[in-house]
Design a protein. Structure first.
Length: 273
């Protein structure tokens, strides 16, 4: 039996697998290859859509489907197709309209299975678009005919983002959706009951992996459901306090090859599966 036979590691990307400059350390790549060669299954579960994840997949070559859209999709990156996905009801546009009624300079980004649309921009949304090299496709929510997988608001102004959160929570149809603070400047509306934990369990089911042999690694609030769904949750050293509190283990930071360290500690028994 190989060293990591039947173990599934699921990692977040930004702030976890990726360094702050969005690169992947050679040490992480080498450790992931070793882990897979010794019988392990490695994948990523991210808030990103597949389009903005493919270059990373080409580098680390997950040998299990990836989780995307903060858990709303499970995607076979090698074949370029969804295995499983969820969408939000059309009522979501009413929530978006409510935000814009009170905050006209809000900025929303709308995800579909194809194009990614921007309803409007602010500094946080422009930065997101530019970092991910996304085309400038502008449409309002009610103009979009494709199924919508999620919508997020972004703002560098914490007070304004908290106002967005408050408006959404008080909307009469708020209970039709799930919500997550995915980064310090982002708040997402997701299909009801969906989280990164949903994707982890679905991937384990598809791969026939025992849930007791699953490990999740992350850094932010949206990673907490994934850590809780896994047998073992690991927070990187740069994680937010909520993620650290939810984790079973705390490892080194994303700048210090955290995934390589997790694999090393599984091998030497410091992380028990």
């Amino acid at each position: 039996m190989k060293k990591f036979e039947g173990i599934l590691i699921c990692t977040d990307l930004d702030g976890t697998l990726l360094c702050d400059d969005k690169s992947i350390s050679a040490k992480n790549v080498e450790a992931i290859e070793y882990f897979k060669a010794e019988g392990g299954f490695f994948t990523v579960i991210t808030g990103r859509v597949p389009q903005t994840t493919m270059e990373i997949c080409k580098t680390v070559k997950p040998n299990a489907p990836i989780g995307c859209i903060n858990g709303a999709g499970v995607y076979d990156w090698s074949r370029g197709e969804y295995i499983w996905a969820q969408t939000v009801p059309d009522d979501i546009c009413e929530l978006v309209a409510a935000v814009y009624d009170e905050i006209p300079d809000a900025a929303a980004q709308i995800n579909t299975f194809g194009p990614l649309y921007f309803q409007s921009y602010n500094s946080a949304m422009i930065r997101f678009r530019d970092i991910n090299n996304l085309p400038d496709l502008q449409k309002s929510c009610d103009e979009i005919t494709e199924p919508i997988t999620k919508i997020f608001f972004a703002d560098d102004d914490e007070e304004k983002l908290l106002r967005v959160i408050d408006i959404l929570s008080k909307h009469p149809k708020s209970g039709l959706f799930s919500y997550i603070r995915s980064e310090i400047d982002k708040y997402e509306i997701l299909p009801k009951g969906i989280s990164k934990g949903t994707a982890l369990l679905k991937i384990a089911e598809v791969m026939g992996i025992d849930k007791r042999r699953t490990v999740a690694v992350g850094d932010y609030n949206n990673d907490i459901p994934m850590m809780q769904a896994a047998s073992v949750g690991v927070a990187v050293g740069n994680a937010c306090e909520e993620a650290k509190t939810a984790a079973d283990y705390i490892t080194v930071t994303n700048e210090n090859a955290a995934i390589a360290k997790v694999i090393e500690n599984i091998e030497n028994g410091k992380i028990l599966i």
